[in-house]
Structures are given as structure tokens and as C-alpha cells.
Design a binder for this molecule. Structure first.
Ligand SMILES: [Cu+2]
Length: 331
């Protein structure tokens, strides 16, 4: 049974149970009003407990079991290991709180549903109890926030000096990558210079940009810090690489940044996962328009010497641009 089929089945059972409940309710309509209210409340309480609580818990447990089997392989970068740790911690903490509070909510419905001769009691605020609740929540949140903050500051540091710089530009609907070339510097960009020959708007008069390499292929070496300078040409996109658990928004006008060190090459991951078609997927994680889903691309993690060879084979962006300008002038 697929997950979708299971959810349909749960929904079907839910609707059927509710219909049975509603029919039982109609049959009782000729009872005396007070007795009717009592039995109606009791029936509602139990129906909610069994259908919503038991049904919901079973569905939740099933979905946990379903996704445990399909979870991503071990994060392929140290930064990803940290993010995975925070994520696991949060899921565990909120999971425990979810089970306790939901169970209590439904037990209270059964224990305290309205019935003859029982009146609700009004209890004015008890400062001690309220303080304890506030303090408890504050401590709980601190326990979650502290490790998150600790890892956040490990991840959001400037990249090491020897990092491989890559500029990522998202646009409707694909990604473009720029390598700074032998000088290690990106040429200046200006959106007014964007045209079909110059999709990133690199300033042709800036010598730092002359050796820049613009490509749609994303290749980086294993074991080296990779510094990503992320930009957008139009709307907000989000550069998401799930196998590293890394994600960063691409915001027009506001360059963003993240860095990570890949631990395994694509080939090594193929062996590790036993999937010979494994690729490091990249997706856009911000609903950015009608072609959003086509913003899928891949990162190829290779051995350092293979990366060097590949990089040396690329033509600098300016070479192609210059030739095109010459041809345009001749026309
Ligand atoms: Cu997008």
C-alpha cells in the first residue's frame, strides 16, 4: 500500500465512522432534551477519542515508520551532520510534547464531557501555576535554541581562506554558476548589463571578470571547503542541496552566502547508497513561479585533480562575449 492509498483509507474510515455516529444521533432525537444532551455529549466525546485521537495517532505512527525507511542517507558534509542533529532533536522534543498534550486533551474530553448535575467550575488565575508553565516552556525552548544557536554560529562563519568560490545565480527557471578563474576574483556585475550574451550582467570593462567562467554545470572537488555566493536575477529562489542538508535563499539585490565541505564524491556516494544512479540533487526550495519544479540540477563532487582538469577545459566567459560583440559590430 502506498502512503497516498493509506491516507485515503484512513479518510474513508473516518467519514464512515462519522456517518454511523450521525445516524445514531438522529435516532435519539425523540428523547427528553436533558437526557438527549447527556448521551449526545458522551457519544461525541468517545467518537472524537476513537476517530480523531486513535485514528490520528495510528496515521502519525504509520507516517513516521513510512518515512524512516525512506530517509536521506547520512549527510555528506560536516555542516549537514550538525543540521541533522538539530533537526532530530527538534523532532524528538516536539514529538514527545505532541503525544503528551494530545493524549491529555482527548482524555479530558472523555473525563469531563458535560452531563446532568455537573457544573463547570471557574478557577481564577493561579499565579504560581502560571509562572511554572511559563518557566517550563522557557526552559524547554532554551534547551532547543541553545544547540541550534551553537551550530548556527559554526555554520554561518566566513569560509576558510582556501575555499573554492562559486557564485550561484537563480533565475526563472534555472541555476547558473560562475567560477572566478585563475585570479580568484569575480568581475563586477550590474543588472543593467544583462542581455542574451551576458546573462549575469558581468561588467566587460572590469578585468577581474575577464577570466570568469560561466556555466550551467556545477562541479566541485571533494574534501575542500566550497563557498557559495548566492544571488537571484528576478524573484526569491532558494538553493537547496538536501544531501548536505544545506539551504539558502537567493534574494534579488541581497547576496547570500553559505559554505560546506563535501565528504564523499558522487562515485563514493553511489557505492555507499548502493544506487548506481545516485546524483547530488539541487532543488529550488522557494515556490518561485510556474517553472519552479524545473529548477532541479545536480552537483558533481569529484576528486581534486579531476576538478582542476575540468576547470582548465572551460572557456572564460569574456572570450565568447568578445567574439560575439565583434560579430555584432561587423553586421
Ligand atoms: Cu526558484
Amino acid at each position: 500500500m502506498t502512503f497516498g492509498e493509506f491516507m485515503l483509507l484512513v479518510a474513508g474510515i473516518f467519514i464512515l465512522a462519522w456517518i454511523v455516529f450521525a445516524i445514531g444521533h438522529l435516532i435519539e432525537l425523540n428523547k427528553d432534551p436533558e437526557e438527549f444532551t447527556d448521551s449526545h455529549n458522551k457519544r461525541t466525546a468517545w467518537a472524537m477519542f476513537i476517530i480523531i485521537y486513535v485514528g490520528g495517532m495510528l496515521a502519525s505512527a504509520y507516517s513516521v515508520w513510512y518515512y524512516l525507511e525512506r530517509k536521506l542517507p547520512e549527510p555528506a558534509a560536516q555542516q549537514g551532520v550538525w543540521i541533522q542533529t538539530i533537526n532530530d532533536l527538534n523532532v524528538l522534543a516536539t514529538g514527545i510534547v505532541f503525544v503528551i498534550t494530545t493524549t491529555m486533551l482527548f482524555l479530558y474530553i472523555i473525563k469531563y464531557y458535560g452531563r446532568k448535575g455537573r457544573k463547570a467550575q471557574y478557577i481564577p488565575g493561579k499565579i504560581k501555576v502560571e509562572m511554572m508553565i511559563v518557566a517550563g516552556v522557557a526552559i524547554g525552548l532554551m534547551i532547543l535554541i541553545l544547540p541550534s544557536g551553537y551550530y548556527w554560529f559554526q555554520i554561518m562563519t566566513p569560509a576558510p581562506k582556501d575555499a573554492i568560490k562559486v557564485e550561484v545565480t537563480g533565475y526563472q527557471f534555472a541555476w547558473m554558476f560562475r567560477y572566478p578563474g585563475p585570479d580568484g576574483k569575480f568581475g563586477k556585475r550590474d543588472w543593467r548589463l544583462i542581455n542574451p550574451d551576458n546573462p549575469l550582467g558581468i561588467d566587460p570593462n572590469d578585468p577581474a571578470g575577464h577570466d570568469d567562467i560561466v556555466t550551467t554545470e556545477f562541479k566541485v572537488p571533494v574534501g575542500k571547503p566550497i563557498a557559495l555566493h548566492i544571488r537571484s536575477r528576478d524573484v526569491i529562489h532558494s538553493f537547496f542541496i538536501p544531501f548536505f542538508r544545506m539551504k539558502m535563499d537567493a534574494v534579488p539585490g541581497v547576496p547570500t552566502f553559505m559554505w560546506f565541505t563535501p565528504k564523499y564524491t558522487t562515485v563514493q556516494m553511489r557505492e555507499k547508497t548502493g544506487n548506481e544512479n545516485f546524483v547530488y540533487e539541487v532543488a529550488c526550495a522557494e515556490l518561485c513561479g510556474s517553472g519552479h519544479s524545473s529548477m532541479r540540477t545536480t552537483i558533481d563532487i569529484v576528486e581534486p585533480q579531476e576538478f582542476e582538469q575540468w576547470l582548465n577545459k572551460q572557456t572564460a566567459w569574456y572570450e565568447t562575449y568578445k567574439n560575439k560583440q565583434v560579430i555584432a559590430e561587423m553586421k
